[in-house]
Design a binder for this molecule. Structure first.
Ligand code: SF4
Length: 284
């Protein structure tokens, strides 16, 4: 399923939607030779021994969840009217940011017309606008906005990932899709563990995924499982070291429009993450 060639908004290079691997999209980690996962067993095998670079590339071409592949590609071809003149990435959104991150920001899944369009996590939608502005104020992002892959934005000592790497219908992955995608997150967490000090979870879905993931890679998670809340902190430790899992309300428009999540609330959690991770970002 592809659509006509359209120019990338920043580079002007023309792409079909979805974008084939290794064809010049800014930041595309894959090539035409990157191995593709077609089911849950493939995800387990391809994530097991991957370096961070290999993992990022392999995630970005994954096709293990048939429903999500159909959805992300249908959105890429159909497009929201306001983006009708743009090519859509239409592929999974891999982790992005520092390779020796001290802070890991964990979301639920990419937005259909945000990350699924721009090819970068939390980039090109209102939640991302809110999030990057706060990250910038905390000294964890070079710029206050994140518009498109290739815009010069850079995370500082920070990496961002989604628990489920493909845009799901109604923002709701199934439990099976969540579990199929989990090995990508587990491997990424294991690779980041030597430097990682904080996992900042945006919403309860990410909170649950983070606690499952840190337990899976060897950290001791308290029992019963701590409940999600804004500003809740859970220190965990294990053979890989120690880190703190922090909860933050998701910067969805439902939360920000209603005042459930305010800028000062977001900034307080970001500042706390930065302090715990002892980050020397651009603001220091
Ligand atoms: Fe692959 Fe994860 Fe996307 Fe499923 S959600 S297709 S496992 S990247």
């Amino acid at each position: 399923m592809t659509s006509p060639l359209l120019p990338h908004p920043l580079t002007g290079t023309e792409f079909p939607s979805p974008v084939p691997a290794g064809t010049g999209w800014p930041g595309d980690p894959a090539s035409a030779a990157t191995p593709v996962a077609h089911d849950a067993t493939d995800v387990l095998e391809l994530s097991a021994d991957a370096s961070l670079g290999e993992l990022t590339a392999r995630v970005s071409v994954c096709r293990a969840c048939p429903r999500l592949v159909r959805w992300r590609e249908a959105v890429a071809v159909g497009k929201r009217a306001s983006f009708a003149g743009e090519p859509y990435w239409g592929r999974p959104i891999p982790g992005w940011g520092a390779e020796a991150a001290r802070v890991l920001v964990l979301g639920l899944a990419p937005a259909a017309n945000g990350g699924n369009r721009t090819g970068r996590i939390f980039t090109g939608d209102r939640s991302g606008d809110w999030l990057f502005a706060s990250l910038h104020r905390a000294g964890l992002a070079r710029q206050a906005t994140s518009v498109h892959a290739g815009d010069g934005q850079q995370l500082l000592d920070t990496r961002m990932v989604a628990a489920v790497r493909c845009a799901p219908p109604a923002n709701k992955p199934t439990p099976q899709e969540r579990d199929t995608c989990a090995p990508w997150l587990h491997r990424e967490l294991r690779l980041l563990a030597p430097s990682l000090r904080v996992v900042l979870c945006l919403g309860s879905f990410a909170w649950d995924a983070a606690l499952r993931a840190v337990g899976q890679v060897g950290y001791a998670v308290p029992r019963p499982k701590p409940r999600f809340g804004h500003g809740v902190e859970v220190p965990v430790s294990g053979p890989l070291g120690s880190l703190v899992v922090i909860g933050c309300f998701h910067p969805s428009q439902q939360n920000t429009f209603t005042g459930k999540l305010t800028e000062p609330m977001t900034d307080a959690v970001m500042g706390r993450a930065r302090a715990l991770a002892d980050v020397e970002g651009c603001g220091s």
